[in-house]
Design a protein. Structure first.
Length: 94
């Protein structure tokens, strides 16, 4: 999955991770809407919601300090692993 470098802002007001997560969500959304209807309304919604939750957690982690940040980033890591498993499942069931 390649990202278009021309859409990359020249000056970041936020950490690069937020831009990358936005591009990931847009790419993922374009793929989810191509899922067959039953999968789109179950697995597709779950995949999109998981990614949105990851984005929220990353924003939260940026606002926290030390131990709190590590705990939140640990949760992000777990959510990313779950997202990866569901993406593999979606790929295998297409």
């Amino acid at each position: 999955m390649a990202f278009d470098q021309s859409s990359r802002p020249t000056i970041f007001s936020e950490p690069v991770i937020f831009h990358k997560l936005e591009l990931l969500y847009l790419s993922l959304h374009r793929r989810v809407i191509k899922f067959p209807k039953p999968s789109r309304h179950s697995l597709g919604v779950y995949i999109e919601n998981t990614l949105l939750e990851i984005i929220e957690l990353v924003y939260l982690a940026v606002s926290k300090k030390e131990v709190s940040r590590l705990l939140i980033l640990n949760k992000v890591d777990i959510k990313l692993k779950i997202l990866g498993a569901h993406l593999r499942l979606a790929y295998k069931t297409k």
